[in-house]
Design a protein around this ligand. Structure first.
Ligand code: MN
Length: 238
């Protein structure tokens, strides 16, 4: 565990070490133990308090250092037990029914949170840009319409899960997945390559927003890192 002072000034560059890129355009730091791949908790590109007052520091610290770390630890344990030596998360997601529930839940947990942190950005609210903006306007007519659909999907997810905007066959789709499932998984009813993701587990918002999921979603929208969303979109076109 790192000391508290250091955590506040974590640099995003630390993410770009030994990793490989998934469709989300995200690097995943990993190492090997007994010849088995082991993942590392990614560092955030901003301080735990950087998203105040919209997402509070206590929620961020618990969410990252306890919840996400827990998924990483349990994923690594499951990979050791299953002796998975050389498959990426994405490769396992594509054949999800061949792997135990522990890898589905914790691999999804690691992957989904890794995307989520990168899609958050401190500072002023931004708008989609470049070819992503063009594609959104072409399909939805306005960013506001996309936002409405995205928030409705997130509101409609009963219990714990995630809402997404994904790309599939050159089109955007908005939907949600239960638990730590994601649209890359063969077992998911909702499929595609992630561009936007929002965590709607209560641990993501309950300390500050209690049952007001919609308020959290409105604030999430104003924190979206559209440069990262654009990178995710470009990755789907390769
Ligand atoms: Mn979470």
């Amino acid at each position: 565990m790192e000391e508290k002072g250091r955590r506040k000034f974590i640099k995003q560059s630390a993410l770009l070490g030994t990793g490989f890129y998934l469709a989300s355009s995200l690097p995943f730091s990993k190492s090997f133990a007994n010849g088995i791949v082991q993942y590392k908790l990614p560092e955030l590109g901003y301080a735990y308090n950087a998203l105040e007052p919209w997402i509070d520091a206590e929620t961020m610290e618990l969410h990252h250092s306890k919840h996400h770390q827990g998924y990483v630890n349990k994923l690594n344990q499951a990979l050791q037990e299953k002796k998975v030596s050389d498959l990426s998360l994405e490769q396992m997601f594509a054949r999800m029914n061949e792997f135990p529930l522990s890898i589905r839940n914790n691999g999804g947990g690691h992957y989904n949170h890794s995307i989520y942190w990168e899609l958050l950005k401190p500072g002023k609210a931004e708008e989609p840009n470049d070819i992503l903006d063009e594609a959104i306007l072409q399909q939805f007519g306005s960013v506001e319409k996309l936002k409405e659909q995205f928030i409705e999907a997130a509101m409609g997810r009963f219990g714990s899960g995630w809402a997404w905007m994904v790309e599939r066959n050159g089109k955007f789709f908005i939907g949600s997945t239960p638990n730590q499932d994601n649209p890359m998984m063969s077992v998911s009813e909702f499929k595609g390559r992630p561009i936007l993701a929002v965590d709607v587990w209560e641990h993501a918002y309950y300390l500050k927003y209690q049952n007001r999921r919609r308020d959290y979603l409105e604030q999430f929208w104003s924190l979206i890192n559209w440069d990262m969303a654009l990178k995710n979109f470009i990755a789907t076109r390769k």
